[in-house]
Design a protein around this ligand. Structure first.
Ligand code: PEP
Ligand code: MN
Length: 330
């Protein structure tokens, strides 16, 4: 249940309510808002006088629910808005590998009109014996790239030990599929004043996925995007299975911007252009596509990254598809 409290309530009353109801508190335009379990279907008697308005919710998808806020939230960075009239391209290599690689990527993206560059510097690998990312050194390179090219940087935190560092350097903080349940990361993202892109765990239900976003929203950060990147099925021919039905569910049920990542779902470069077109046709707020100057030499996710030629050919086909679903590619 979401409670909009009277604006004139003394602070100590609000605190009493928070404690009694085990509530999360966010303030919206000077109005105290409490979020409590969706199990509550009526306001407890002791507190009815303090509540201006309340929203009974079916499940713990609360702040993210269209029942509560019917309009898709928009997230603006500079002159680009992730919103219901745009599909924003985010592209770049899986990982920051070295200065030449990240500089060549940025230079290509800038020329292509892409405004958001992705690249991980803390890589959540499934083997301890593979490249784990450059860490802080890579974040510093990304900061230089932002300065030189004016690109906005999307980069991920893989655990809570460095999440504050990532928050400091990123323009959008990515929470990876394997980190979706990490409470330390989610709580830090809740305190951050920057947009958060949460990727769906590949074994997570849609309910669990959106509840991860609720951790961030209920901690006071309203700038959250959901990224579908494929879930694990019985199929082994592709790396994961891109859940477009799930995207239809998220569009219907939630007010959060949606980003689609066909690269990690497919796991092979050959399907990415077709899938990207299908993603644009879904009518979503953004795309996340891996590109690399020389994919075969990439230190992670080599098989799925597009080379620049393939990216450009794909990019040239997207405008009419976006137009057909009432959007503009950005
Ligand atoms: C990535 O974006 O490079 C990544 C590690 O993705 P995921 O968390 O979806 O596996
Ligand atoms: Mn990757």
């Amino acid at each position: 249940m979401i409670l909009h409290l009277r604006r004139d309530l003394p602070e100590e009353k609000i605190q009493e309510m928070v404690t009694d109801l085990e509530a999360y508190r966010i303030d919206t335009g000077g109005m105290p808002v409490l979020i409590i379990s969706s199990k509550y279907k009526v306001v407890p008697d002791a507190w009815t006088d303090f509540v201006d308005e309340y929203h009974v919710m079916d499940t713990d998808i609360q702040l993210a629910s269209r029942t509560y806020l019917p309009e898709t939230r928009s997230i603006a960075l500079g002159d680009v808005e992730f919103c219901s009239s745009n599909t924003v391209m985010i592209s770049g290599p899986c990982a920051v590998e070295n200065w030449d690689q990240i500089h060549a990527s940025a230079s290509f993206l800038k020329e292509s009109g892409v405004k958001f560059m992705r690249a991980g510097s803390y890589k959540p690998r499934t083997s301890p014996y593979t490249f784990q990312g450059l860490g802080l050194e890579g974040l510093k390179m990304l900061a230089k790239i932002r300065e030189e090219f004016g690109l906005k940087i999307v980069t991920e935190a893989k655990d809570a030990t460095h999440v504050d560092q990532v928050i400091e350097y990123a323009d959008i903080v990515q929470v990876g599929a394997k980190a979706m349940y990490d409470q330390g990361i989610l709580k830090a993202c809740g305190r951050a004043k920057k947009p958060i892109l949460i990727k769906r765990g590949f074994g997570s239900t849609l309910q669990e996925f959106v509840q991860a976003a609720e951790f961030v929203l209920s901690a006071g950060n309203s700038q959250v995007m959901l990224c579908e990147r494929g879930i694990r099925s019985f199929e082994t021919g592709t790396r994961f299975t891109l859940d477009l039905c799930g995207v239809a569910f998220l569009k219907e049920q939630t007010n959060l911007p949606i980003i689609l990542d066909p690269s990690h779902a497919m796991g092979h470069a050959y399907g990415v252009a077709d899938l990207t077109r299908a993603c644009v046709a879904m009518g979503v707020e953004g795309l996340l596509i891996e590109t690399h100057p020389t994919p075969s030499k990439a230190w992670s996710d080599a098989a799925q990254q597009l080379d620049f030629e393939a990216f450009s050919a794909m990019q040239a086909s997207l405008d009419p598809i976006a137009g057909a679903v009432g959007r503009k590619m950005m």
